[in-house]
Design a protein around this ligand. Structure first.
Ligand code: SF4
Ligand code: SF4
Length: 447
């Protein structure tokens, strides 16, 4: 199921620092570094070119690719090894590069099940690409923000031309060839003001799997400007004085929550079990008490690495900066690099540096304080390290609590969660006997 490919989009993490021994290490590969054929206004990755000096060829060399594939398989204690190919725009490498990936993985498929996911802007997808992706069972994440006027506001090429038509064409190729895919939709400031237009557009296009990702970037301070960067580096969780100025495209602190709530209200009435909004699936997962499959709402970070085109390995997709480099795949093994990451305390600090405001929060189990990169706000107790989107997270998780309670009850009694759509019409009554699980009376809300 497409859950795996969603791991490509939000830099999925295993949930506990000790989990890599049982759940494996996740590495997101960037075989073409920050090179891309688009110039999206909110992209935090393109400017990473500045960190690679005069390098203009970001193609991963064969020896790095081979070393990574071997090392990644060998580092996994699990029977399944999930490769995630991301960018930049990985399709710029051409189909032959991906044919070579499958060849290099070949010798390992006797001992392990190997899966591949590809995150793409979709522009170069055509019949040949999609035949290959289908043949080799790739799961594809395609970036699409909504209908034309919303998508093209931020996702343009270097000439300022919108990419909507090209992306939709790519998406149609995926559908034509039956390639498994999901849509990764970024929620920037303007997008957040059009929740139902976005959601209904996706449904109209026959899209079943959707993930929403809030866009948050801070303006640079001296340290970033000296590195040649135009966006701020991740927040220092314990620093009192944070730079809190955000870019003009950053979603506003309350509006992301309102965006999710508006879509949830429509989804919970009509689409449960038919359209899968991963943000909602994660919330139900947390409510049931399972560890989060997505790093932003996991208790700790630490086992989700990134490998750059040149073999350099970093602690996370959001931490591709010199100070977070863990080693290089040509000289260090992945297990050792995870150990280095854990020793730095980066992973546990997500939990240990939670402000009291979070520790006392009634939705902490679902939220877990959010991604540390964006914990640059001050709490109501004047502590540092609160997430910029705290207001949104709290509003969203509190709002959907009654629905999550209803779905949990249904699941506990052996009914599908989709029956919540009946429950929202009236009080939820679960009958232990008889054919009817639910009775509903008016718009009273699920209980
Ligand atoms: S909702 Fe806010 S206070 Fe609660 S855990 Fe999340 S960031 Fe912390
Ligand atoms: S810092 Fe942690 S929560 Fe944020 S993207 Fe990286 S692993 Fe995920």
């Amino acid at each position: 199921m497409n859950q795996d490919v969603f791991k490509t989009t939000e830099t999925m993490d295993s949930t506990r620092n000790d989990n890599h021994m049982t759940q494996g290490i996740h590495v997101v590969a960037k075989p073409i570094g920050p090179a891309c054929n688009l110039d999206c206004a909110y992209c935090f990755y393109l400017e990473k070119q500045a960190l690679f000096g005069n390098c203009r060829n970001f193609r991963m060399p064969e020896e790095v690719l081979a070393a990574f594939i071997r090392s990644y398989v060998e580092a996994q204690p699990t029977p399944v090894v999930e490769f995630v190919w991301q960018g930049g725009e990985p399709t710029l490498l051409g189909l032959d590069f991906f044919r070579r990936i499958v060849e290099l993985q070949g010798p390992f498929t006797k001992a392990k099940t190997i899966t591949n996911s590809l995150q793409t802007n979709g522009i170069l997808l055509d019949d040949a690409w999609c035949r290959f992706l289908k043949q080799h069972n790739f799961m594809v994440g395609i970036s699409l923000d909504g209908p034309r006027e919303i998508h093209d506001r931020y996702r343009c090429d270097r000439q300022g031309n919108g990419s909507f038509d090209a992306v939709l064409r790519g998406l149609k190729f995926l559908q034509k060839h039956g390639v498994e895919f999901n849509v990764m939709a970024c929620v920037a400031r303007e997008t957040a003001r059009h929740p139902l237009e976005v959601y209904r557009f996706f449904k109209k296009e026959g899209i079943e799997f959707i993930q929403f990702t809030p866009i948050i970037e801070r303006l640079p301070a001296t340290v970033e400007l000296n590195l040649g960067l135009s966006l701020a580096v991740p927040a220092d969780l314990d620093r009192e004085e944070q730079n809190t100025a955000v870019t003009s495209w950053t979603v506003l602190p309350e509006e992301y929550g309102d965006f999710l709530i508006a879509i949830y209200e429509e989804w919970v009435r009509n689409d449960v079990g038919m359209t899968f909004v991963m943000n909602f699936e994660w919330a139900l997962n947390a409510w049931i008490g399972n560890p989060s499959p997505v790093c932003i709402h996991a208790r700790q970070c630490g086992c989700s690495l990134v490998i750059e085109h040149n073999g350099d390995v970093f602690a996370c997709d959001h931490l591709v900066y010199p100070k977070y480099k863990l080693g290089n795949i040509l000289f260090n093994d992945l297990t050792g690099m995870v150990a280095v990451s854990l020793r730095t305390g980066f992973g546990v600090s997500k939990e240990s540096a939670l402000p009291r405001w979070c520790r006392e929060c009634e939705v902490l189990a679902a939220c877990q304080g959010g991604c540390p990169k964006h914990r640059f706000a001050q709490s109501h107790y004047n502590e540092p390290g609160l997430h910029y989107l705290c207001a949104s997270y709290k509003r969203f998780f509190l709002h959907i609590r009654k629905y999550l309670q209803a779905m949990t009850s249904l699941l506990e009694h052996g009914y599908p969660a989709s029956q919540v759509m009946e429950a929202v019409k009236g009080p939820l009554v679960i009958r232990q006997q008889g054919p009817t699980a639910i009775s509903g009376h008016g718009e009273g809300g699920a209980k």
